[in-house]
Ligand binder design. Structure first.
Ligand code: ZN
Ligand code: ZN
Length: 152
């Protein structure tokens, strides 16, 4: 029996996930897809400035896996900047540790526990909110993982 593929653990969903150069429309451009795992690798190593070893631990993967992940991610981001492509963050074998909520009325973005469901904006009270974990097809699976405490 094949060993189930290990999930990469991500702190929270990205607040922004579609990018393009100024000028052409999204649909006119060749798309680059950055996986959620690749996004997290960039966030941890290049944004937070963590050592690969520490970043790998947070994502619950090995250091060589992390190094491969960040190398792929950097190539994609470089191509986005230099080749003038569209960049979309999506996909990947992942679970979130926390959620991120975006208010569709006032634009406020705030972190929220993955364990609970949120029904209104913390700033303006609007119920017109976007659950970003859910947007990436996650939520229930992430809660189950945290309850079970197993990385499968
Ligand atoms: Zn709001
Ligand atoms: Zn999940």
């Amino acid at each position: 029996m094949a060993r189930p593929e290990k999930f990469r653990i991500i702190k929270s969903p990205p607040a922004f996930y579609r990018f393009k150069p100024a000028g052409p429309m999204m649909r006119q451009l060749e798309h680059i897809y950055l996986s959620l795992g690749e996004y997290e690798a960039i966030r941890l190593a290049d944004y937070e400035g963590l050592e690969h070893n520490d970043a790998a631990k947070l994502m619950e993967i090995s250091r060589p896996t992390f190094t491969r992940l960040i190398e792929k991610a950097r190539k994609k981001v470089a191509s986005f900047i230099i080749d003038g492509r569209a960049l979309v963050i999506e996909g990947g074998n992942i679970h979130f540790n926390e959620n991120l909520i975006k208010c569709m009325d006032c634009g406020f973005v705030f972190p929220f526990t993955i364990e609970n469901e949120v029904n209104k904006c913390e700033k303006c009270g609007s119920a017109n909110i976007s659950d970003l974990a859910l947007k990436f097809g996650h939520g229930r699976c992430c809660r189950n993982r945290r309850r079970g405490g197993k990385n499968t």
